[in-house]
Design a protein around this ligand. Structure first.
Ligand code: NAD
Ligand code: DAU
Length: 343
């Protein structure tokens, strides 16, 4: 039996990955570690906790005592790191926490991987480390040009991985994926934020003219790509994960209106709160990973429809989050001046 330490297991992609591994590999035990920040919820792990091959520890990845203690107690073989501060808008308001988790936390996990001779660490990164591209595609050789405190902190984590492999031969691999969507995504990111507001007939704040392009990946494809890299990737390498899912924000918003049967008048264009830091376009070339035998399996519009259905039928989960004071405080602080009485 192999034992995986999955950090950030109470968040969106981490929880989906735990489900994916437990279902796909009967020989895997999953040890979850999560600091339960605003983005990590016990309710997101409710089904996981029923599984005897899953167990959960609360704690921070930058806490060496916690990380070392779990690795020794649970005889961990692999680390898969999802734990992060992950929202660009929050990084504009409060960047310090991003450095602690996305840089110092990655260092602690790398150090533990080396110290305890683990078989492999996979660090989950993002296409945003490449910055923005007008007409090109990001390959793994594209220079790192992050534009927000969030993406700069992720680039810092990636560079720690690179240096640890070169300096100590630490067996680490890095993945960089585009915008994920699917079940269990915290309702501050574009899709779940807009879906939950539209269900309640509230206006949705579209930044600027909505012509920015994101390269969307259904979360299950991201999980399968990560697992493929964990099993087949070469230590020290970076692998992009993408599904040719480029869409403008306005096009995606109109698809949501259509799926939910809502009028165009629910779109509210607001001055772009990200300003110069708003990346115009992401576009991922995933051919390196595809050459290892991986393919995405989910088409964008069908997966979007499934996602809308999921949020329509799991209202208990997200309404509990919407009712929390820290969620309401963030929405008010970030959108208050734009949405006014629509808040
Ligand atoms: P999320 O915000 O939904 O979840 C992050 C989880 O990490 C939360 O459960 C939180 O409690 C936990 N966490 C935060 N700080 C921690 C710490 N110091 N120690 C332990 N746990 C901590 O994020 P997500 O969208 O699931 O993203 C997961 C990873 O994937 C991140 O590294 C992110 O950069 C990367 N990524 C996300 C996307 C996307 O579209 N969401 C795309 C590409 C890459
Ligand atoms: O590309 C991968 C990245 O995708 C991940 O690394 C990040 O963790 C993840 O949050 C996501 O970053 P984005 O900033 O692209 O995602 P977000 O959902 O915040 O915004 C998507 C686009 O929608 C972006 O162009 C800004 C726009 N937007 C977003 C929100 C929340 C709006 O127009 N209105 C909104 O209210």
């Amino acid at each position: 039996m192999k034992t995986l330490l999955v950090t950030g297991c109470a968040g969106f992609i981490g929880s989906n990955y735990c489900r994916y591994v437990l279902q796909k590999d009967a020989d895997a035990r999953v040890i979850g570690l999560d600091a339960l920040t605003y983005a990590g919820n016990l309710s997101t792990m409710h089904d996981l906790k029923q599984n005897t091959r899953f167990c959960f520890y609360p704690g921070k990845i930058q806490d060496d005592t916690v990380v070392s203690g779990i690795i020794q107690a649970e005889k961990v073989d692999y680390i898969v790191n999802f734990a992060a501060e992950s929202h660009n808008d929050r990084s504009l308001l409060n960047p310090a926490e991003f450095i602690q988790t996305d840089v110092a936390g990655v260092f602690t996990l790398l150090d533990a991987t080396r110290k305890f001779g683990l078989r492999r660490m996979l660090h989950v990164s993002t296409d945003e480390v490449y910055g923005s591209t007008i007409d090109g595609r990001f390959t793994e050789q594209t220079p790192l040009e992050p534009n927000t405190p969030y993406s700069a902190s992720k680039a810092g984590g990636d560079l720690q991985c690179r240096a640890h492999h070169i300096a100590y031969n630490t067996p680490v691999v890095v993945t960089r994926c585009g915008n994920n969507f699917g079940p269990w995504q915290y309702p501050e990111k574009l899709l779940p934020f807009f879906i939950t507001r539209l269900i309640d007939n509230r206006r949705v704040p579209l930044y600027g003219d909505g012509s920015q392009v994101r390269d969307w990946v259904f979360v299950e494809d991201h999980c399968s790509g990560i697992h493929h890299v964990l099993e087949h990737g070469e230590p020290g390498q970076v692998y992009n994960i993408g599904a040719d899912g480029e869409q403008t924000n306005i096009a995606v918003t109109r698809m949501l209106l259509e799926l939910l049967g809502k009028p165009e008048s629910l779109i509210k264009h607001i001055p772009d709160p990200r300003g110069n830091a708003h990346d115009r376009r992401y576009s991922i070339d995933a051919s390196r990973l595809k050459s290892l035998g991986w393919q995405p399996e989910h088409e964008f519009s069908a997966s979007l429809e499934c996602t809308v259905k999921w949020y329509s039928s799991r209202q208990n989960w997200w309404r509990e989050i919407l009712a929390k004071p820290d969620y309401q405080a963030f929405i008010k602080r970030f959108y208050g001046k734009y949405l006014g009485e629509d808040l």
